[in-house]
Design a protein around this ligand. Structure first.
Ligand code: OGA
Ligand code: NI
Length: 351
């Protein structure tokens, strides 16, 4: 097979080393202390909160087990995703994303202006989802995004909706643990998610003839509050380890979820926790599937360091920004290749 189209080719410095480092990986955290609400074991919960706190601080990434999401539901969802992507391009394009609704199928996403070796299907957790019309500061018009109804596989939409309920439950639990680990009230973040803009993404990474040149997803940080990722057994997700800046593979653990702290938690925590860079390496032999759930607040959320976490010695490190404006700015820049760099939280950093 030949080489890939130049649109996919990463700059030399961002190309993956295919000899993968499998040194000490991300922490694995057992959520069973909060799974069973009848028997509250306070010391086990305290220990869990500590673990979540240090994983968020040292790594920005961790895996969770005993999370309460039924395995059979995840398997049904994964099977539906395989069936969806196995269709012809013509069939998939019947539920293609367009300029107005950034939901459904597309295969031309760019991360930092280089095309990703993947195809995706996006589905909102709220239908409709309210967002600003555009990213202009002065314009307060709000529009609605809505979901596609993929005709195949037949139960796809119903299975996604059932799974989304589980993702939200888990996301709220994790957010409570994160709040506690920062010394805040458990429900401190809940109000921001009443009219959330969260969505779930189905990723399909086909085998790639030039895995040394292209990436499934280029290096990036997730912009939201939290990401909950289900990956299959193939592997390819790499995280930039904070201790030495090396790219390390996140080894697949069956039935576990990979959690990462996003940019919003970094800002809320005033940099106590950090959103960490990650990417996806592809391979020439196997296709890979993954399903991230991106937990995003309501569009009118003003993102800024929490008052409880700043003081004279530790002043706010960020200017406030509007989440909805940030989101629509990002969505328009990953629909098309753009000349300029897209919006990033460090643009709001106070020098
Ligand atoms: C993403 C992402 C990782 C993966 O979609 O933001 O980082 O393993 N995906 O697919
Ligand atoms: Ni990501």
């Amino acid at each position: 097979m030949g080489e890939v189209d130049p649109a996919f080719v990463q700059e030399q410095e961002h190309r993956p080393k295919l000899s993968i480092i499998e040194a000490k990986g991300i922490p694995e955290i057992d959520l069973s202390p909060i799974l069973n609400h009848d028997v509250q074991n306070q010391s086990a919960i305290d220990a869990l909160v500590k673990e979540i706190g240090s994983a968020s601080k040292e790594w920005g990434f961790f895996q969770v087990t005993n999370h309460g999401v039924p395995l059979s539901l995840r398997q049904r969802l994964e099977e539906a995703s395989r069936l969806f992507f196995a269709q012809s391009l013509e069939e998939k394009k019947k539920v293609a994303r367009d300029e107005i609704n950034p939901t459904g199928y597309y295969d031309t996403e760019h991360t930092k202006n280089v095309r990703d070796w993947k195809e995706v299907f996006d589905f909102l957790s709220q239908d409709p989802t309210f967002v600003p019309l555009n990213s202009d500061e002065g314009d307060d018009q709000v529009i609605q995004w809505s979901n596609p109804s993929p005709p195949y596989p037949p139960q796809f939409r119903a299975i996604i909706e059932e799974y989304l309920e589980e993702m939200e439950k888990l996301a709220y639990k994790l957010l409570e643990l994160i709040a506690l680990s920062l010394g805040l009230e458990a429900k401190r973040f809940e109000e921001f998610f009443k009219l959330q803009t969260s969505f779930i993404r189905f990723n399909h990474y086909p085998p790639c003839p030039s895995p040394h040149l292209a990436l499934g997803v280029g290096r990036h940080k997730d912009a939201g509050a939290l990401t909950i990722l289900a990956q299959d057994e193939v592997g390819g997700l790499e995280v930039k380890r904070k201790s030495d800046q090396e790219w390390v593979l996140v080894k697949p653990t069956p039935d576990a979820y990979i959690i990462n702290v996003g940019d919003i938690i970094q800002v809320w925590s005033n940099d106590a926790y950090e959103s960490v860079e990650h990417r996806v390496v592809v391979n020439s032999q196997k296709e890979r599937f993954s399903i991230p759930f991106f937990f995003f607040p309501a569009h009118d959320t003003e993102v800024k360091p929490l008052e409880e976490l700043i003081n004279e010695e530790n002043p706010s490190k960020y200017r406030p920004y509007n989440w909805g404006k940030f989101l629509v700015n990002r969505k328009s820049s990953n629909f098309q290749k753009k000349k300029a760099e897209n919006v990033q939280i460090y643009h709001y950093k106070i020098a």
